[in-house]
Ligand binder design. Structure first.
Ligand code: 3EB
Length: 336
């Protein structure tokens, strides 16, 4: 079974859905990377890394990410536009206003028999929730799991995760794959944590002209292609860039050379965002960057280069393992 058997209607380098109308008032994305010394009163959701979790959060939804932070702001705050409702439905904790929904599932994978089964079960639960919640359009997803590179060949945990994810997603959400990140933790939690942002209206999925679409990766990278888009133009025109690494075509570049991997990653982000601007109008005002690195001693080098390339971005640096063992770093980006 291949990703493109499951999602064979997906066009290669284009949107799978109708064109988003830029700057419509729906689904306004207001998000900041910031410290939590004074907690904002209009938060929809706070996402925070290891170390910040001791503080009490009064946000309607708080997501504690078990990745060590090595620099940058302590949290990612998604702001509400108007009244918020929060609750729980089965595995899903969520909060939404009238425009956006943030949801999260966090399960001990051992309770589901295997990582693959946990991914399938949780993605099926997310699909069902999304069909019923009034915010059917997935824009962006994050997946965090333990020991992502453990296991050989197709038994590698990342590949097993991809199989379960594709089975659980099914074709119904495959017509418009969200932008995504999938990262491995460097400590054991046994938790499969998935969170996402969804809207009432569809965004526009975009692909990177320098890269083979992940959902068309060849067999060499696993039994089922990863089911995500390279980026999503949200209904309000914000560009949500998936985790981006040193891959050209479908091949990892610059093995063992963090410096060159960073440059290749920045070229990929630039290509994707240029492609997005061509579709949607000029670049947005603000960039937000989140960096995942295997080895935290690389942070000063990466920080210096990002300061140069994106002076406004206040990057968050997190320790994490990338889903291919030869990749040393990955960068995700939001242009809002
Ligand atoms: C890549 O481009 C690097 O499986 O959800 C980046 C972003 C990567 C998301 C995912 C994987 C995912 O293939 C890995």
């Amino acid at each position: 079974m291949r990703g493109h058997d499951l999602f064979d209607e997906l066009p290669r380098t284009t949107s799978a859905c109708q064109e988003a109308a830029p700057d419509t008032p729906e689904a306004r994305i207001r998000v900041e990377y910031r410290d939590l010394d004074s907690l904002p009163t209009d938060a929809l959701c706070v996402v925070r890394g290891v170390g910040a979790a001791q503080q009490v959060s009064s946000a309607p939804l708080t997501i504690d990410v078990h990745l060590q932070r090595f620099g940058g702001p302590a949290a990612e705050v998604w702001y509400a536009n108007g009244p918020v409702r929060a609750g729980r439905a089965g595995f899903v904790r969520y909060a939404h206003d009238d425009e956006l929904l943030v949801g999260v599932v966090e399960e001990d994978e051992r309770a589901h028999g295997s990582l693959r089964q946990a991914a399938e079960t949780l993605y099926a639960a997310i699909r069902k929730f999304q069909q019923e919640c009034g915010f059917p359009h997935l824009l962006r997803m994050w997946n965090y799991l333990d020991a992502i590179n453990e296991g050989r060949g197709d038994a590698e945990r990342y590949r097993q995760f991809c199989v379960g994810r594709a089975l659980g997603m099914d074709k119904q959400v495959g017509r418009l794959l969200p932008a995504a990140t999938a990262i491995g933790r460097q400590q054991t939690t046994h938790q499969l944590q998935i969170f996402w942002v969804a809207a009432r209206t569809a965004g526009t999925a975009i692909e990177n002209p320098r890269q083979v679409s992940a959902y068309h990766y060849p067999r060499a990278h696993g039994p089922v292609s990863p089911t995500f888009s390279r980026g999503m133009i949200a209904p309000d025109g914000a560009v949500l860039v998936s985790g981006t690494a040193s891959i050209v075509g479908h091949v990892s570049q610059h093995e063992g050379d963090a410096h060159a991997q960073l440059e290749e990653t920045l070229r990929n982000i630039a290509a994707l965002t240029a492609h997005a601007s061509a579709r949607r109008g000029p670049a947005r005002q603000r960039n937000l960057l989140k960096v995942y690195v295997r080895d935290p001693t690389l942070v000063p080098m990466i920080a210096a280069r990002l300061q140069d390339a994106y002076p406004d971005a206040s990057p968050i640096f997190l320790a994490g393992d990338i889903c291919r063992r030869e990749l040393l770093l990955e960068v995700e980006c939001m242009q809002i």
